[in-house]
Design a protein around this ligand. Structure first.
Ligand SMILES: Nc1ncnc2c1ncn2[C@@H]1O[C@H](COP(=O)(O)OP(=O)(O)OP(=O)(O)O)[C@@H](O)[C@H]1O
Length: 696
């Protein structure tokens, strides 16, 4: 999680980083009992190709050369570990984890109680992670209390949801009886359910105050059933027919904007045009569609002119994107800079585009380092969208860099066409502010996970969709680099979509086999892969794959496995331990085996307090094989996203799909829902965790 979020968290909670760390403290005993061998005894044979990318030995990675506990210590450490009785009973690994998930989950796992957690100190902080101190709230308000207040509940309720303290557990128990009385939200009759916990009970108690309805609808492809926990008058009621007067008012709005097309083919030459006239086209006046169809103009856009390169026929999504990346790739920074500069110069000529064309529904969906995401309604047809309002430029940031970043993000996002990628349709500006219009999805994955209502098969379905989305990106040479629960949104019918391409990077260009390594620490701490702290340059695909694994762990356990993947983090150290390696360096530089049968990561079924099993024993047994390969500490051995899809368990997962979305003109893609699960719908008040933060 970004440093700025940590700061915001601390401001709200009047906490220092240290006190936050204390609150999240894990089992100290485990580490103190761990025997550290002599770090000077490291003797690693590093292959030539790896040593090329290794930083000089006197760089920071030396500090993580602390040696790791060995396998032999496992039982002794566990026995000494007070308050963590899990280690004393070596468990048989079965899927009974489902029943034990909350009762036997050891305290040494960091529970997700917010999407805000502490950050390690890093040398280099990207500009996008920096927030004006002026924006930080000076008054340290108790976040949970404020949240509760904003919802009209007693202060303590918010704490139950976000901070699972012992106190709250007791209160939760009390509330259990309330829930039992209602007895209406039990998930137990829907296959393999995640067990209800105290937090579930509270959430259900809340939900029972709202209208609940269950409905089924037969589509052409089968049954779609969903449970809805919603308030009366929720957003679903927003999509009504557009009133004539609003429509005619909207249709006459004259403004400058950039609109996405997605279907126009251009030659590469034209895509690099930097002339002012072309730029002006991006700001031209447009008329709105004459029908309330939700589709948009197919006028040329910046994506056409600049990002979508286009010697490639745009008949398939991958072609479109390959073309775009080829343009991005070869782009000569000069061309790009000129375009961006000209574009930025035009921003002054603002209009009332956003306010007239989109009605602000006064709902904040999320707020991150990039800006604020709001819910808006297009006046012309009452269709609901997410509007991302970019933060203003930092004083230290150059205008050029600021605008370039936004435009780059837009160009990439608007070019991607895949059912598991959120559609970005427009970029707009008004009074110096820049906005992006995105397809609206009812939930973010973080909120869904925290609702504790998801069933196992539903989680697997979303997990496979996540993999599919990332496969699409990797197939076209793009890595996301900030995969996390908050960067996945989910529609009411259970289609997961990736958002936030602000950190993405191109790792190879079409027709080239050369890997372009990424550099810098980008992303959110618990999802970061270990090598990003170790190597100056790394393969960003491996980072994405690792993040996928962490997300699965979070979805199943509702906990982060660690704060960040450094051996100074006790949990991560346990995970690294018992693998027969003398140092972290040994682990992170292990070369690929080339033979899957020889795959050896130190896994031992009976040892659960260190090594791969430190995480795996908390996960369903059928996922172990693939999760070991996803969470391989060495990026050189880590499986690829295509490899994940070859796994037997992954292949068997029944995944809901959106079909027809690749065709830009297809306004209403069909959804195929699988029958082995239903997708949980939650109250809109809890549907976007970022929005909850904002309301405090
Ligand atoms: N299309 C969407 N539909 C619904 N909610 C959305 C949508 N896009 C974003 N959100 C909500 O807004 C939040 C922040 O969005 P986003 O990640 O784009 O912002 P950001 O400023 O780039 O965040 P970060 O700090 O992670 O970089 C998301 O976690 C999600 O809850």
């Amino acid at each position: 999680m970004s440093f700025s979020k940590l700061l915001r968290y601390n401001q709200r909670n009047n906490m220092t980083t240290a006190s936050l760390t204390t609150e999240h403290a894990f089992s100290e005993n485990w580490t103190t009992s761990a025997i550290l061998s002599d770090p000077t005894s490291i003797d690693v044979n590093i292959p030539a190709e790896i040593s090329r990318v290794l930083p000089p030995s006197n760089e920071s990675h030396d500090s993580v050369l602390s040696s790791l506990p060995t396998r032999g210590m496992s039982k002794m450490n566990s026995t000494e570990s007070s308050g963590d009785d899990e280690g004393t009973h070596l468990q048989k690994l079965t899927t009974s984890w489902l029943e034990k998930i909350d009762t036997e989950m050891p305290e040494n796992i960091s529970k997700i109680d917010s999407n805000i957690i502490s950050s390690p100190i890093v040398n280099q902080v990207e500009a996008r992670f920096i927030v004006h101190t002026g924006k930080l709230r000076k008054n340290s308000t108790d976040f949970a209390s404020s949240f509760s207040n904003s919802l009209g509940f007693s202060k303590s309720y918010g704490k139950y949801i976000f901070f699972g303290s012992k106190k709250s557990e007791n209160a939760a128990k009390k509330n259990h009886s309330i829930d039992s009385n209602h007895g209406s939200h039990s998930l137990t009759d829907h296959g393999r359910n995640l067990p209800q916990t105290s937090e579930t009970i509270i959430c259900d108690a809340f939900a029972s105050t709202s209208a609940e309805r269950e409905y089924g609808a037969h589509g052409p492809d089968g049954m779609f059933t969903t449970r809805i926990y919603s308030l009366e008058g929720s957003f679903s009621s927003l999509s009504t027919n557009c009133p004539e007067d609003t429509y005619s008012e909207a249709i006459h709005i004259n403004t400058k904007h950039i609109e996405n097309t997605g279907s126009t083919t251009h030659s590469r030459k034209s895509s690099y045009t930097t002339s002012l006239s072309n730029i002006k086209r991006l700001f031209k006046r447009t008329s709105l569609n004459s029908h309330c169809s939700g589709s948009y103009d197919h006028t040329n856009t910046i994506a056409d002119d600049y990002a979508i390169a286009s010697s490639v026929n745009e008949t398939t999504s991958s072609c479109i994107s390959s073309g775009s990346l080829s343009a991005m790739s070869e782009n000569e920074d000069n061309d790009r800079d000129q375009i961006v500069q000209t574009l930025y110069n035009n921003i002054d000529a603002s209009t009332d585009l956003v306010s007239k064309k989109y009605k602000d529904l006064n709902v904040i969906l999320g707020e991150g380092s990039g800006g604020k995401v709001k819910l808006v309604q297009r006046v012309v047809d009452n269709k609901v969208f997410a509007l991302k309002e970019y933060r203003s430029k930092n004083k230290k940031e150059s205008e050029r860099k600021y605008i370039k970043k936004i435009i780059s993000e837009f160009c990439i996002a608007s070019t991607l066409k895949n059912p598991n990628i959120c559609e970005t349709s427009k970029i707009l500006y008004e009074n110096g502010k820049i906005f992006q219009i995105l397809e609206y999805c009812e939930y973010d994955l973080f909120a869904l996970v925290m609702s504790e209502k998801m069933q196992y098969d539903e989680i697997c379905c979303l997990f496979k969709q996540l993999i599919s989305g990332v496969k699409y990106l990797h197939d076209i040479g793009l890595s996301h680099r900030d995969l996390k629960l908050d960067n996945c949104v989910v529609t009411q019918r259970g289609i997961l979509k990736l958002i936030d391409f602000g950190a993405s990077s191109v790792f190879h260009y079409p027709l080239s086999s050369q890997l372009i390594e990424a550099h810098g620490i980008v992303g959110s701490d618990p999802y970061l892969s270990p090598e990003v702290f170790y190597f100056e340059k790394y393969d960003p695909r491996a980072l994405d794959v690792w993040a996928i694994g962490i997300m699965f762990f979070c979805m199943i356990t509702r906990r982060f496995p660690w704060k960040y993947p450094k051996v100074k983090d006790l949990q991560f150290r346990a995970f690294c331990s018992g693998r027969g390696a003398t140092s972290f360096k040994d682990l992170v530089t292990r070369p690929a085996t080339g033979d899957n049968n020889q795959y050896n990561d130190g896994y031992e079924e009976d040892v659960i307090d260190m090594g791969p099993n430190f995480l795996l024993h908390r996960l369903p047994e059928e996922s172990h094989n693939i999760m070991r390969q996803i969470l391989d500490i060495s990026p050189f051995r880590r499986i690829t996203v295509n490899g994940i899809l070859q796994d037997d368990w992954i292949k068997e997962i029944e995944m809901c799909q959106e079909v027809g979305a690749e065709v830009p003109t297809d306004a209403s893609p069909r959804i195929i829902n699988k029958e082995n699960h239903i997708h949980t719908n939650i109250d809109q008040r809890y549907a976007h965790i970022g929005g909850m933060h904002e309301r405090t």
